[in-house]
Design a protein around this ligand. Sequence first.
Ligand code: ADP
Ligand code: MG
Length: 692
Amino acid sequence: MPRRSSDLQRSVQYLKGVGPRRAEKLARLGVRTALDLLLHVPHRYEDATTVARIATLRPGDDATIIGRVVSKGVIPTRKRLRIFHAVLQDDSGLIECAWHGQPWLDNSIRKGDLILAAGTVGFYHGRQMRPREHTLLASAGDDDGGSGRVFPVYRATEGLSHRQIRAIVEANLDGLLDEVAEAEIFGRDWLRGLGLMRLPEALEKLHRPESLSQIAPATRRLAYEEIFFLQLLHARARYQYRSREAGQALDAHPELTLQMIDSLPYELTGAQKRVWAEIRADLEKPARMYRLLQGDVGCGKTVVAAAAMVRAVDCGRQAVLMAPTELLAEQHLRTLTGLLAPTDLEPALLTGSVTGARRAEVLEGARSGTAPIIVGTHALIQEGVTFENPGLVVIDEQHRFGVEQRRALRDAGGTADTLVMSATPIPRSLALAVYGDLDLSVIDEMPPGRRPVITGVRGPGDRPAAFDFLRAQLGAGRQAYVVYPLIDESDSVEAAAATRAIEDLSALFPEYQLDLLHGRMGTADKDSVMRRFLAGETQVLVATTVIEVGIDVPNATVMLIEHAERFGLAQLHQLRGRVGRGAEQSYCVAFYSGEGPPERLRSFAATTDGFEIAREDLRLRGQGNLFGAEQHGLPELRFADLERDSELLEHARDRARRMVEADPELRSPENRVFARVLQERYADHAALYAVG
Ligand code: ADP
Ligand code: MG
């Protein structure tokens, strides 16, 4: 009888050298089962083959060494400072290490222990070091095979040292690896095709590497497994969404669509044509579309979405667009009204501000189908709003809607296709990980003739010059934003700081109208401030919170960002996107306070390409911050590196989708194991299935 993989799900408590008390401590490290212990791979390695040899050290070197303790003791000094010192020896020589004020080390470090120490080398009657860091690699009694070894260092917890964890792993590793061998999920050909090793081999290399070069390929194997299951979850969510109710093929003759596209005053860019073809193909297929349309601010997403909406109307269906705020909904309405003029279609607006007879009229149009295109806010998904036959639902800036709202809109849309728009570029690998259930369309090209926003990074000394520049722009009839970071968690402090800022600025620019936008204001107030700015009644908008993403004020040409070092790269780019929307050249000035500009600000000034910014953001902040697994209800990625493993992501997504399309319930003999692993390890993420 082959062992079932679920045996690896037994409590870690019953493994050799563990027991109930240690099991509790291991649980603090997230290690609860035998499998968890195997997956608790070292977080770093000390390589005895690459550390410095003691005899070669020179004064002033910053070095890492490994040596045996040949003598040790506590030396009392006159100043009552007690120094623990130990002489370490490797095969080349001796060094004396001194730990000031740490006499207790005498209890934990013994003669014969193998120690790794890092610090600056000094010289006084011989080599000396005051280690800033040290690790006990092996005790006197341990049989560790001597030099030439790579020492695994495990993440430890109070009361359970990394060496104790290593001893536990060592005591159980061979037996557990045998079990894993029988529980390998992926077939040999599958792994070979990707150049991946089998799981037991990977785990053995991670726990007992012979050289550091073995770590990366072994990690890749673990990365693939978690990536595959992430994509399997996405594939299931996608399948559920698409199959819940069969969609309809929107494939009638595209009369109005062609009218609209043909009368555009410009030609679509190559990228727009490409994504339009992707979207059109989806619309024309009977399966429901579930697609993300990504592209930097101003790349021309709206016109593509409009074409898709008209395509639905061509097929006798309605199209609905939901925006996160009233202002954005109104802006979409204006844009669509212009784009649709040649087709005689008139989009209707439904927001909280549409009331009385007009509201009744729009609701009736939605219900009866006489309103073919409806634009609005979450008012679209409130009680009492029904649509006759929606064929397409477009969600703008979807990350600003909660999961519930998105689901409500999709439900309201019945069998409608869904197009989600986002002006926040993210690298493809991150998009695959987070939005793997959607299909991706990316506009990565700007319409011709755009003048990139000129960006300057300025220090405290440059303020007068920057304000002179701002005055000149205002004098030429332009408008400007001045943005402050959130100064404090508390709203009142924020409001006070913003109020002070606007007083200072008003003194500098007495001849202009300034207005204030901050987080403490109600929606209606914010709205009217934005409207005055849009109408040109105010020239300078001082804002503490992020100004509406997507708001278009073509006459605003200056974005001045205070304390720019406190903003993230992506956020800075979003702010910069508020300008550069008209015919005039636009400028962004990022003021930093303190010494010099951080690397982030230099990257910011170096490019206006949102996707490049996004990749840099991922590199600087790390995927942990961006992936936000928990926030998306996704399993965390412990081994995968989104950049390094992007090929694995693509492969896993395709493979998982094919698996689910062919065998949705994963019932076939070769797929059953995947269903079981989903159940055993990913039960917490079952909610994902329902999101579709
Ligand atoms: P997004 O929604 O991606 O921010 P929009 O669709 O609002 O971008 O387009 C921004 C501006 O670019 C609009 O004024 C639009 O008319 C214009 N535009 C869109 N596509 C093109 C194109 N292919 N050539 C020239 N101008 C374009
Ligand atoms: Mg837009």
